[in-house]
Write a protein that binds this ligand. Structure first.
Ligand code: SF4
Length: 408
């Protein structure tokens, strides 16, 4: 989601005549795109702003955008005198106009509008979230759900593919709640439309919600050559009491039935999930239920987080953060270790098989890398392949995090 927002701002800045500069010392403007989903992410923003104090001069501009703007607003300007602007998500025009009055040379030769970097085009199809999970700050900072008309999504994707994108990623906090405002049709229909764009090699969507995922979508995925066989489906806990307290709207049994159905349609499905440990009231027994679920379902990747109370959320305001920090860490490390072993076993099963890899770029050793259809990172050995090409790779090696092999 943040990548898509950065891309949108970048596109508008490029169109206004600015150029991207990765070396901070050579840049005139620094924009921090922020996340506040956890206290740790928020703290990173503050420490970056402190660091930028050294960099700041009267000629240079520091701006902050992203979720922190809704949460902290103009208080940031009082707290950080080095900060010049707080820019609400999506409302970039007034900020760019202010810049235009500061930096005359921005009106020089206009550069082509090409905010997309790499071969992937990230497009928001639904903003905000109508759920109220008791741990989550997203509905406060991103607001209620607003869907982008399918016709607009299609137009943006077609343009991105014409400009060189080979992969489209449809984004939403809860992408399964997507409804085209014009026709009322859902995500499955949108996926069917976008996958038909000539030149598009892969289509992904993030993030799904177990309560809202439609079975029809699984059939669309299974039948398509373009749609990735990959589900980002957060479970959060493997215990029904915890799920109820989190207000997730489903039980473990329902989650298992989705996975069963999805794997029946796509046996190699890449399954990714999120888990929170140490949520208020989580007993050892409840934690062990989550552990058992991870063992049973064998996810490819589990994004693990220790619970951190967020202001304004039901849990943060009403329930004591009663699992001691040390215990949270122990539970986290236990699941990390378990998941590392599971991921190792799962990736090892790919050795000796051929996979289609959409190449994204070169890794730090100069070897082309990309992902297979299930979302696994694959390094292509002993070959030069341009980003955006689809190559078949015979997998020779596997580690928990990636596969490697030769172009077949
Ligand atoms: S569905 Fe996701 S974004 Fe929405 S409130 Fe729950 S955790 Fe937050």
């Amino acid at each position: 989601m943040n990548l898509a927002d950065s891309e949108s701002l970048s596109r508008q800045l490029l169109a206004a005549g600015y150029a991207e500069e990765k070396d901070l010392q050579r840049a005139d403007i620094a924009v921090l795109n922020t996340c506040v989903v956890r206290q740790q992410s928020e703290d990173k923003v503050y420490s970056k702003l402190h660091e930028l104090r050294e960099w700041k001069t009267p000629e240079r501009t520091i701006a902050v955008t992203g979720c922190i703007v809704k949460k902290e607003g103009d208080r940031l300007l009082e707290r950080f005198p080095q900060l010049d602007a707080v820019v609400p998500i999506g409302e970039y025009r007034p900020f760019i106009e202010t810049l235009e009055s500061r930096y005359d040379y921005a009106h020089g030769e206009p550069l082509p509008a090409a905010g997309r970097t790499g071969i992937s085009y990230y497009v928001n199809v639904i903003q905000g979230c109508d759920h109220n999970c008791t741990f989550c700050i997203v509905p406060q900072v991103r607001g209620r759900e607003v869907c982008v008309p399918a016709a607009q999504v299609l137009q943006r994707c077609r343009r991105a593919v014409a400009e060189g994108a080979r992969e489209v990623v449809l984004l939403g906090q809860n992408v399964d709640d997507y409804r085209d405002p014009a026709s009322g049709s859902g995500l499955a229909a949108l996926v069917r439309q976008v996958e038909g764009i000539p030149g598009l090699l892969r289509l992904r969507f993030i993030t799904s919600h177990p309560q809202d995922l439609e079975m029809e979508l699984l059939d669309v995925m299974a039948a398509s050559d373009v749609v990735a066989h990959e589900l980002q489906l957060p479970i959060q806990s493997g215990d029904d009491f915890m799920l109820k307290r989190m207000a997730r709207g489903y039980q473990v049994r329902h989650y298992r039935s989705i996975v069963e159905r999805a794997r029946a349609a796509m046996p190699d499905l890449g399954l990714y999930t999120d888990v929170i440990v140490g949520f208020p009231g989580e007993t050892e027994e409840m934690f062990l239920n989550t552990r058992r679920l991870l063992e049973d379902l064998e996810f490819d990747v589990v994004h693990l987080a220790q619970y951190s109370p967020r202001p304004g959320t039901h849990a943060g305001e009403h329930w004591p953060d009663d699992v001691p920090a040390e215990e949270k860490r122990r539970r986290l490390n236990d699941l990390l270790e378990l998941q590392r072993a599971i991921a190792g076993r799962k990736t090892a099963r790919w050795v000796g098989r051929r996979v289609d890899v959409l190449v994204e770029g070169d890794d730090e050793l100069g070897r082309p890398y990309g992902r297979n259809r299930q979302g696994k990172r694959v390094v292509v050995k002993r070959a030069r392949v341009q980003p955006g090409r689809m190559v078949q790779v015979l997998v020779e090696e596997a580690t928990p995090g990636q596969l490697a092999g030769s172009a077949a």
